[in-house]
Ligand binder design. Structure first.
Ligand code: 5GP
Length: 188
């Protein structure tokens, strides 16, 4: 019997909406989900380990791999390159594994074009009003920072319209349940 192909889930969302914690809990609770390890040209942060968090490579190595067609998608973000290895994704999907890619929006849209069956999920912060209320309540950010953050969220809301699903991370437990509900409804 032929193995059923796995599903590819692509998750995006700004930092500061608890996306990291959400994904960590998602895979802890659902160890059958495999998380892709991206290649990047940025330097490792203190607790990061090569081959665990990312494959840390040089710009030259990255561009060589781009030239060799090794990436399913890649993008520049904050002056660094990030990319997902095509061979890893194909091999695991063919084995029937369900995969999670945590990547930014340009890469996500490249994947949707190449693999229309992939499922794009955007993690949004609470509503603009709620966010503004929280930022002002903290009394730590100046007006320019608040306006900048709100502008960024408006841009994200716009971008999330290209995604198949959005999950609002207002309450971590609720957001986790919602994310699991979406994924399970697709892989069942
Ligand atoms: P960080 O440097 O904070 O780990 O990640 C910065 C951004 O790059 C995040 O939005 C993250 O989702 C995104 N990212 C991580 N890996 C990849 C990748 O392989 N491809 C793309 N397009 N974005 C990625």
């Amino acid at each position: 019997m032929e193995t059923k192909k796995g599903k590819l889930f692509v998750i995006s969302g700004s930092s500061g909406v608890g996306k990291g914690t959400l994904l960590k809990q998602l895979v802890q609770k659902n160890p059958e989900l495999e998380v892709s390890i991206s290649a990047t040209t940025r330097s490792p942060r203190p607790a990061e380990v090569d081959g665990v968090n990312y494959f840390f490579i040089t710009k030259e190595e990255f561009l060589k791999e781009v030239e060799n067609g090794e990436f399913l998608e890649w993008a520049e973000f904050n002056g660094n390159y990030y990319g997902t290895k095509q061979a890893w994704v194909e091999r695991n999907l063919n084995k029937g594994r369900n995969l999670i890619l945590e990547i930014e929006t340009n890469g996500a849209l490249q994947i949707k074009k190449k693999l229309p069956d992939s499922v794009l999920i955007f993690i949004l912060p609470p509503s603009l009003e709620e966010l503004e209320h929280r930022l002002r309540g903290r009394n730590t950010e100046d007006e320019e920072t608040i306006q900048g953050r709100l502008h960024e969220v408006r841009r994200e809301i716009e971008c999330s319209k290209n995604y198949d699903y959005t999950v609002v991370n207002d309450d971590l437990d609720k957001a986790l349940l919602e994310l699991e509900r979406i994924i399970k409804s697709i892989i069942r």
